[in-house]
Structures are given as C-alpha cells and as structure tokens.
Design a binder for this molecule. Structure first.
Ligand code: PLP
Length: 410
C-alpha cells in the first residue's frame, strides 16, 4: 500500500476512504461481506497478468503451468466443499455464470420458468431489462399473497402448462429455504433441466447450515463474494454428464481469458470454507439474521413471511409510514447501509418500493452476536421512524462497532 500511496496518492486516498466508510457504519447489505486479507492478497497478485484461455492442461497460451495448478486447486476444493461431480471456477460473476448455464442448456427462443423479479428473483431470471428476458421465452412464478412463500402448486401448474426446457430456482430476496427436492420432482415431471441459482446462500450451503441443491439440480450457479466470503466472482457446479457443455459455454462461448488472480482467490476462499470455523460463522449468520428480524418486527417493521431461515430478511416498512427509498435514506443518515427492495405485490414502483432488505454476513464476519443484532434492529427502527435521531443513532452505531471494525490489523 505504501507503494501505491507514493505512486498514485489519489487512488490510495480513495481506497483509504472506502475502508473508513465501512468502518464508520453498519453494513447490512445482504449480498456483501468482508473477504479475508488472504483472499485480498491473492486478488492483488501477479496472477492478474496471465492469459490462460482454455482449461488446465489445454490452454491456448504458453506459460500456464503455474496458473494451471491454481485452477486445479480451486476446482478440487470446490468439488470437495459441495460434493459436486464437476466445478467450473472461471465465471467472472453470478450473472456471467447464469449466462453460461443458459447457453449450455438452451437455444435462443427456448422456454424457461423462473422466479419473477418483483417476488425475489434476480434480473438474470428473465427480466426484460436483461439478456435472459430478451433471448428466452420466460414464464415466471411468484410467492403466494397470503404466506409470501413460493407457491409450489403454482410452479407445477405453470411447468405443466408451459413445458419449459429449463426450470430455475433460487432468488435474490427470498428469506426462506427453497425445497430443491420439490423442484426436482416438477422438473422430472415435465422433462426440464433444473438449475439452482444459489448466488446468495452458497456460504451457508458450504457450511451445511442449510440444505444443498447438490445433487438435485443438474446445474448450480453461485457467486463467491456473498455469504461465501470470497473474491467477487462466480462459479458453476454440474453433473459429470454436463461438464463438457458447461465448460464450453463458459469458454469460449461467453468469456475469454479467465481472471487467474480471482481463480486463486476463489481457491483461498474455498479453503477457508472447508475449515471447521466456517460452520460456526454460517450458523451465526443465520442466528444473527433471526435476531435482527425479530427485533425489527417488535419495532413495527414487518418481516415478509414472518421471519427468516437464512442470512437475510425482507422488511415491509409501511408500518412506519415510509417507503423503502425513504427508509434507505434515513438509515444512511444514521450510518446504517442497507438497500430498498420491492416486497411481494408491492404497490410502489421499483425505484421507491415498500421494503428494505437486510443481511448479516458483514456484521457476523465483524464478530457481532445475536444480542448485538437485537440492538441493531432497534437502531434501524429508530432511524427510520425519527429522522431527528440520526446523529444519536450514528453515535450508538459507532459505540456498538467499537472493537469489531473490519481490517483493523491491516
Ligand atoms: N443471481 C442471484 C440470485 C443474485 O442475487 C445475484 C446478485 O445479486 C446474481 C445472480 C448476480 O451476481 P453478480 O452481481 O455477481 O453478477
């Protein structure tokens, strides 16, 4: 870092400002985490320089003997961690992993069935604003109005009616477990492939804290930077039968050279997730999310579905007379970072919304415990209810974070 400060003080200052920003407040964005210094070291390595189109033992560039070892290690650890027959660790992101998975299984115009964005699905699950909605014929399922849970009967009816070639399960703002076995049964009934996009909960799955989509799903896509706490990136697991198709769909179909520094950093993160401590972290993430969700409920902020089984809660903020956008702004003023989020059957437009999404990966990595999260819930509710309290809430946030700030030793 000293070198960067000397050569480019402008960028160095910006990096320090970002460290200050995260240390100065509570980070409750459900898709974020604090990767370890070991992961960040691999990301900042000379492996970034190396071109390595292809796969270990079959590259289109010379000099790949070292990066081959890095990729083989990442693949071996991913397969061990998730019990998968095959792993591809090259996707640059979750969206790239989904693009490649669709490319492996579908032709343009083919029909797929996935969760609707306003009900918790991701953009890449068929939104018209995304390639998935433009290039495929997408039917969408949602959650029930009364329970706010996935309506498996509706999924089955839609599958029977539309006969999709691919069914996608997995979501970006769904706080409950997904029954991969039921999805497998529906996919089998209509002869569809089943893909599970577990971008969000993959760290909890790695730790066996929640059920795994392996082996039910034919293809599993994921990100490495959310609950899994690795570098920003994506990955794909699949059956041995689909291995060659998935690999070709990543390279050369949707990507060029892999980012070998990121591949090495993924190997580090998989190694960390294989250690026994990671199971404790994952269990604590869930216990913390439950404590936060309960505290918010007590303070008049309704958790969608009544609670959570995972790392995140989706909160209906209308009880406090605000929109999601207002709640996000008021929390920001009090040093609490979270994001507005549509709730199922939301009457407000996507930029406004009636909800916020909160998650506990960051605060758990920092060492906060359920009793702290109960306090966090009370602080969030106070910041949202009373704009005048922002400065006082900010002070309390600072006191709460005290010894728990990230990257203190670095
Ligand atoms: N799939 C799901 C379910 C997600 O929640 C996300 C990101 O939030 C993605 C895919 C895309 O990941 P990325 O932002 O790395 O492209």
């Amino acid at each position: 870092f000293g070198l960067l400060e000397e050569r480019d003080p402008e960028v160095a200052a910006l990096l320090l400002d970002e460290v200050e920003r995260v240390r100065g407040g509570l980070q409750l964005i459900a898709s974020e985490n604090f990767a370890s210094p070991a992961v960040l070291a691999a990301l900042g390595s000379t492996l970034s320089n190396k071109y390595a189109e292809g796969y270990p033992g079959g590259r289109y560039y010379g000099g790949c003997e070292v990066v081959d070892r890095a990729e083989r290690l990442a693949v071996k650890r991913a397969r061990e961690l998730f019990g998968a027959e095959h792993a591809n660790v090259q996707p640059h992101s979750g969206a790239s992993a989904n693009l490649a998975a669709y490319a492996a299984l579908l032709q343009p115009g083919d029909r797929m069935l996935a969760m609707a964005l306003p009900h918790g699905g991701h953009l890449t699950h068929g939104s018209r604003a995304n390639f998935s909605g433009r290039w495929f014929d997408v039917a969408s399922y949602g959650v029930r109005r009364d329970t706010e849970l996935i309506d498996y009967d509706e999924v089955r009816d839609l599958a029977l009616r539309h006969q999709p070639k691919l069914i996608v399960c997995g979501a970006t703002a769904y706080p409950r477990l997904i029954d991969f076995g039921v999805f497998r049964g529906i996919a089998d009934e209509v002869g569809a492939w089943l893909m599970a996009d577990v971008a969000h909960p993959m760290g909890l799955i790695a730790a066996r804290a929640i059920p795994s989509p392996v082996p039910e799903a034919d293809v599993v896509t994921f990100t490495t930077h959310k609950t899994l706490r690795g570098p920003r990136g994506g990955g794909i697991l699949c059956t041995a039968e689909l291995a060659a198709r998935i690999d070709r769909a990543v390279f050369p179909f949707t990507q060029g050279g892999p980012m070998m520094h990121a591949v090495a950093a993924k190997a580090v993160a998989f190694g960390e997730a294989l250690r026994p401590e990671f199971a404790g972290y994952a269990r604590q993430v869930i216990a913390n999310a439950r404590a936060l969700s309960e505290a918010l409920a007590e303070a008049g902020m309704r958790p969608v579905t009544g609670g959570t089984d995972t790392h995140l809660a989706l909160i209906d903020v209308r009880g406090l007379g605000v929109t999601g956008a207002e709640a996000e702004l008021r929390c920001a003023a009090a040093g609490i970072t979270l994001n507005r989020n549509a709730i199922p059957y939301d009457p407000e437009p996507p930029r406004v919304t009636s909800g916020v999404r909160v998650g506990t990966p960051c605060v758990t990595t920092q060492g906060l415990e359920p009793r702290d999260l109960r306090e966090v819930g009370a602080l969030v509710a106070r910041a949202v209810r009373d704009q005048e309290s922002a400065a006082d809430v900010r002070d309390k946030v600072t006191a709460l974070l005290g010894i728990h700030q990230p990257y203190m030793d670095q």
